[in-house]
Design a protein. Sequence first.
Length: 275
Amino acid sequence: MSAPPRTYPPGVPCWIDLEPADTDAAVAFYAELFGWRFSDAAPADSPERYLIATLDGADVAAIGPHRGGGGWNTYVAVESVEEMAQRVTWAGGQVDTGPHDAGPGGRWAGCADPGGASFRLWEARRRLGAQAVNVPSAWNVSDLRTHDPDGAEAFYADLFGWVGAPMAEGGTMVRVPGYGDHLATIDPGIHERQVHTPAGFADAVGAIVPAGPGEEDHWHVTFTVADRDAAAEAAHRLGGTVLAVDDAPWSKRATLAGPTGEAFTVSQFVPAVTV
C-alpha cells in the first residue's frame, strides 16, 4: 500500500526551485551530487523548460528558466495566491512577479519581504509540493537570514500566522500551530520519534537567523545528506565551492556553492550522545 501524498497546509514552505543562468550545468551538478533524475514538466509547445527533480521517483525540487535571480527559491503554500499577494503588500512587502498560472500544477507569485528577501507563494493544484523531504539528498529546511530578525518575524507572523520561539543556538524557530498533527497523518509515529525534541518542534517550518556582515537578506536552503564530508568533497569535484564547514550539537554541516553560484547547505544528522 503506497503512502498518501504529502500535502502542505497554508503557511508551510512546500517547494524549492532554482533558476540558474546555465540550466545544463546545474542539472549535471545536482544529478551527480544528489542522484536526482530530471523530467520536463513544461508544455510541449513551451520555449522554456521546467525540470522536476525526483529522488526514487518522488518530487524533491526543480530547475527552471533563468529569471534574473540565482539562488534557491522557497515557496510557501497558500489557499489563494491573489489574496495572499494583496496581504504581502498590506504587510509591507512587495509582489515582484505574477500571480501566474503554472499550467495544471498550480499558481504562483514572486514576492519580497520588507528586508528584500525573495520568497514565493504557491497555490497547489496538481503539484502538491515536495514529496520527499528530510531524507538524504532531499530538502531539509529553509531559513531566513536577515539583518532585522524582529521585523521579519512580525512580517511573516502577520502574513502566515507563524509563531516564533527562541532556539538554543540562536535565532528563532518558526512554527505553524497544528502542523505536527497534520504531519502525523502522513508520517505516523512522528510525535513518538520527536519526544526528546524542544517543545513545539513538530510544528516547526523554518527559522529566522541574523544575517552575517555584508550578507543580503535572503532565504537559504539546506539539504539532508548521509555524509557531510563526502558531499562537500563531491561538490568540489563537480565544480562547486566549499564556502564553510561547521559542527553543531545535532548536525555536521557544510555551506556550498553550485557551479552557477547559488549557495546552499548540506547537513548530516548526528544524534546526541547521552551517557
